[in-house]
Design a binder for this molecule. Structure first.
Ligand SMILES: [Zn+2]
Length: 109
């Protein structure tokens, strides 16, 4: 799975998690399906962020994490497609603009 797809799944999961209790049966089914598609290690980190009510996926603008507004080390750049980067300060999964040319992730704000 491409990590942009993974980030989109995590964004969707977070959006759905926020309306928990008001989900339609279809939405509940898609939560189950999305969770089954995310690797267990990533899902565990996602759940940890959700428990702490942190943003799970944040956009990176000009090398700055949009979750905690801390400048990321310059070594942080989009890696291989199967690797997700996590902000060292707030722990959010990082979505890089440059990684998705012509297409933006629908991120939770
Ligand atoms: Zn951060």
């Amino acid at each position: 799975m491409e990590n942009t797809d993974l980030l989109e799944r995590l964004s969707t999961l977070q959006r759905l998690a926020r309306s928990e209790g008001r989900l339609t049966p279809e939405q509940k089914a898609s939560v189950v399906r999305l969770r089954s598609e995310v690797p267990p290690l990533i899902l565990a980190h996602f759940d940890d962020l959700a428990r702490r009510e942190c943003k799970a996926v944040v956009q990176v603008h000009n090398g700055v994490c949009n979750g905690c507004y801390v400048k990321l080390p310059t070594s942080f750049s989009p890696g291989p497609a199967d690797e997700l980067l996590v902000c060292e300060t707030c722990g959010a999964f990082l979505a890089f603009d440059t990684e998705v040319p012509g297409r933006r992730l629908s991120l939770v704000s």
